[in-house]
Write a new protein. Structure first.
Length: 257
C-alpha cells in the first residue's frame, strides 16, 4: 500500500509519528487549548465535511489545520487524517482572524485552502511596520501563503473584495497576548511556538517536500528540519456560529487575569 511504500523509501520521516507530534505539541506550543473530546469530534467532522464539499479526496494519510474564525472561538486545531477512520486531534491553540468594523480589515474567508508552491511562502524579516509592530513576528518566522482570496469587507457597506490570505506569527510583545480574539486584517495569526512546530516538522509542506525530493529544496525550508511522514497541504477555515464563548476556548494565560 502507499503507506508501506512511503515508509520503505523514506525511513527517517516515517519515524516521526502522530503521537510524537502530539507530545511535542503538548511540550512546546504555548498558549494551547485543552479541547474536550466531543469538541474534537465536532471539528474533525467539520474538516471531513469541508474536504468532501470541496471535492478533495485524500491521497494518503496526512495532517491538516482547521481554524474556527468565529469571534467566540478564535482557535486552530491540528489533526492527523488517517487513511481509514476518524481524524486524530493532535493539539489546539488560540489564533486571531479578521476584525471587522475597521477600514481595510476583512472577515477571514471560510473554505479549504491548499498550501502549494503556486503561492510561495517566505520568512519574516523582523522589521517593524509604520505602527512599530512586527507584523509577521520575529525575524525568521515562517509566513504561510494561501494566495489571493475573495473575502467580505469589514468596513463601509461591506461587499466582497480580494485579500491575500496568509498564516503567520505576530508581534511577540504587543500582539501575541491578544490571540484568541479577532485582531487581524483577515490573515490568521498563530502563536510563534506553533509556527515553529509546523515549520520544523513540515506539517503542511507536502508540495514543498515533493519539490525538495524531485528538484531542489525550496529556499524557505529549514535545512535542519525533520519532515514528517504524511505532511499535509490543507488549511480548512470554518465558522461554528456560536453565540457564547466555550470555556475551553479561553487561553490559560488569559483565564488567569
Amino acid at each position: 500500500c502507499a503507506v508501506v511504500s512511503a515508509m520503505m523509501t523514506s525511513p527517517v520521516p516515517a519515524q516521526v509519528t502522530p503521537q510524537d507530534v502530539m507530545q511535542t505539541f503538548a511540550l512546546r506550543v504555548a498558549p494551547a487549548l485543552a479541547v474536550p473530546a466531543d469538541e474534537q469530534l465536532r471539528y474533525a467532522s467539520l474538516a471531513l465535511g469541508m474536504l468532501k464539499e470541496a471535492g478533495l479526496g485524500l491521497l494518503g494519510p496526512q495532517y491538516a489545520l482547521v481554524v474556527d474564525r468565529n469571534p467566540k472561538v478564535q482557535a486552530v486545531f491540528l489533526f492527523w487524517l488517517p487513511a481509514i477512520g476518524m481524524p486524530v486531534h493532535v493539539g489546539a491553540a488560540p489564533v486571531s482572524t479578521g476584525r471587522i468594523g475597521q477600514f481595510d480589515h476583512f472577515e477571514t474567508p471560510t473554505g479549504v485552502y491548499p498550501h502549494t508552491l503556486a503561492n510561495p511562502d517566505f520568512r519574516a524579516q523582523g522589521t517593524k511596520n509604520a505602527n512599530g509592530i512586527l507584523g509577521y513576528g520575529a525575524k525568521g518566522m515562517r509566513v504561510y501563503d494561501f494566495g489571493w482570496q475573495q473575502a467580505l469587507r469589514g468596513w463601509g457597506n461591506g461587499g466582497v473584495s480580494t485579500m491575500r490570505l496568509q498564516m503567520h506569527a505576530t508581534d511577540p510583545v504587543l500582539l501575541e497576548s491578544k490571540l484568541g480574539t479577532p485582531q487581524s486584517k483577515g490573515c490568521i495569526r498563530i502563536p510563534a511556538t506553533l509556527n515553529r512546530l509546523l515549520d520544523s516538522y513540515g506539517l503542511l509542506d507536502a508540495d514543498y517536500e515533493l519539490a525538495a525530493d524531485l528538484v531542489a529544496p525550496p529556499w524557505v525550508l529549514q535545512p535542519g528540519r525533520t519532515p514528517v511522514f504524511g505532511a499535509g497541504r490543507y488549511l480548512i477555515i470554518v465558522d461554528t456560529e456560536r453565540e457564547s464563548r466555550p470555556d475551553w476556548a479561553v487561553p490559560a494565560r488569559a483565564a488567569a487575569h
